[in-house]
Design a protein around this ligand. Structure first.
Ligand SMILES: [Zn+2]
Length: 252
């Protein structure tokens, strides 16, 4: 089955829960706007609206209120939406990810991609965004590819504090996926040589309702499955069992 990717979940600001449209309307009411209770995008924290709820043809989903809004979930739409989705595998895949070994390997590769600076809160946000977009239903998805797609879902903000860590984040960035023109995301596992990520600097702050400026310059190219990032996958003894317990808690 092929279904288009849509933002199926958003945060109910009253309960702070990630919910689908049906649950949002049930909890808040169809007159949510009059009440001033607007769903919030988990990725960019901007307000959203419900779309397609009363339609029999459309999938009920959340949309950003402002069309011009910057959001990592919509920005990466072009690379993530040209893909086949199979709803039936979503739950199973998500369950296989919440396995001690699988989640640890995913975290360490993502951590390596992020120049060895990835907070547990950021990793959690990636999972929230993956839920919001139902990334788990992507046909091309494997546990090996997962970290390369998870890092596309959020922005990485520079460190405000001027602490003298080697892994200090000096600029805000996001990852962008590149693949041959017109090629579906499904080719990712078979055509790695022609697929790569770029880490791009983002200008401006992306907090609250401030709209972030678009991407400005390319910083570094990361080939999908580059040995530089892959070597850590089976070398994660430095991750403590209690840290892995915290990761597993994000199962929800
Ligand atoms: Zn958003």
């Amino acid at each position: 089955m092929i279904v288009e990717t849509k933002q199926l979940k958003a945060i109910n600001p009253k309960t702070n829960e990630l919910v689908n449209v049906t649950k949002f309307i049930k909890d808040v009411g169809i007159n949510y706007r009059e009440q001033g209770i607007l769903p919030i995008c988990p990725a960019c924290k901007q307000t959203m609206k419900v779309y397609g709820y009363t339609s029999i043809d459309l999938t009920a989903r959340f949309m950003h209120i402002s069309d011009s809004v910057y959001c990592p979930l919509t920005t990466s739409r072009s690379s993530l939406s040209n893909a086949d989705y199979d709803e039936s595998r979503s739950e199973r895949f998500r369950a296989s990810f919440f396995d001690r070994d699988a989640i640890t390997k995913t975290y360490v590769v993502a951590h390596s991609l992020c120049s060895r600076r990835l907070s547990i809160a950021e990793f959690h946000l990636m999972i929230v965004c993956a839920d919001a977009r139902n990334l788990w239903a992507l046909e091309a998805l494997t546990i090996e590819i997962l970290p390369y797609l998870l890092v596309l879902l959020i922005d990485f903000e520079k460190d405000d504090k001027d602490f003298s860590s080697k892994t200090k984040r000096a600029y805000s960035y996001r990852f962008v996926l590149h693949k041959p023109k017109g090629r579906k995301l499904n080719s990712l596992s078979t055509d790695q040589r022609n697929c790569y990520l770029t880490k791009v600097n983002t200008v401006g702050e992306h907090k609250g309702k401030t709209i972030c400026n678009p991407v400005t310059k390319e910083i570094v190219k990361l080939s999908i499955f580059d040995e530089k990032y892959e070597s850590v996958r089976n070398n994660h003894d430095w991750i403590s069992p209690s840290f892995i317990d915290k990761l597993l808690d994000f199962r929800g």
